[in-house]
Design a protein around this ligand. Sequence first.
Ligand code: URA
Length: 437
Amino acid sequence: MRSADIIAKKRDGLSNSKEEIEFLIQGCAKQTIPDYQVSAWLMAVYLRGMSMEETAILTQAMIHSGSVINFDAPSSHLLVDKHSTGGIGDKISLSLAPIAAAMGLHVPMISGRALGITGGTLDKLESMPGYSVHLSEEEFKKTVMRDGYAMCAQTENLVPADRILYSLRDVTATVESIPLITASILSKKIAEGARALVLDVKCGSGAFMKTFQQAQALGESLSKTASLMGIKTSVLITDMNEPLGMKVGNFLEIEETVDLLTGPAPEDVRTLVLTQAAYMAKMAGLVPDIDSGKDLAREQISNGKALELWWKNVKNQGADPAKVDAMLRKERAPYSAVIHSKISGYLQICAQVIGQAGVLLGVGRNQKTDAVSPTAGFIFACKSGTHVLQGRALCTVYAPTKQQLEQALQFIKDHQGFTTHNEPIKKSPLILQEISD
Ligand code: URA
């Protein structure tokens, strides 16, 4: 088989066969096919697309480029996970995992780091001193089966083809291809052992997918490809035009997670956590419908079981719960400023601008190798749509240095992170669409 022929078929709008896709992915993982040929094929896929069947074959080939975590559990239907395409203030995984575990599920949660404006679960967890996201495969499996969940970084052996393909996509303008995104997300989640998935596809200025049509196309591709591979999914398309919750920042989001697990929490965070937990419970057969799933999830918060599992996980993964608890509401980056409303009106907060200002503060990173700040971030005083009077405090910004604070404030001002309007603003619903098997 010749790589050039495989590329030519895709370039001409034809389908690639199973053998061809497997040949290409194996060659990519073993580095026997040069980057320039893999890149040419990626561009052909970007321009010509792939059928769902090809996407499922690609996903399978990527899974088998490395090792697969096999739980060997008789209760494999309880292995359920979630994935979010990422946004600003999206801390849902942090509380969802202990709630799902408290409901009786096993959540093998392998997460990523912040990149660009999108926050990363691993950076949030590591803002707790001592917390380690590096577990061996054995530790990971044991902890998931014993405690109901573990939070872990992707190991070298898990879907190595994705790492190579993603780095080539990043420099060849092919990241935004729906079949390539689908295979990238599903391969990692299936290789970690999950048998059912809730997929939160974010949509809006602070998301990868800016329009509803794009988010819907990705949602359908994820759902249909997973179904061809025997994996159940529930896809939620959710709004990301304003940041989620009232706190954005690595440790700040740990605080909001503990808030949710102890009771009071912003309505949008609470709604998303309960809804996602409900879909997880329903797919595993624990409840007959979404409303009973939400009740079951609520119960895990009110009876304290989810909070107990949260602290147990914090301890198991190396942090000191007493120390972390003492840091809550105290641990802040040293430089801060309050943004006030210039005029009275209906407030609009732009997630994209907050995300970009967050990168300047060190909440996120521009490059994989950049360090992040555990304590920088934003605490909002109100949400988009609130009527605010002139001079009202809208947000406190925290920065590790004076220079970063000034840069972030200037960026927010220049790019209209906060605007006020005479008429009530049109807010998208939080959950725009639910696609379920
Ligand atoms: N997230 C992933 O894991 N892969 C992509 O290609 C895009 C988003």
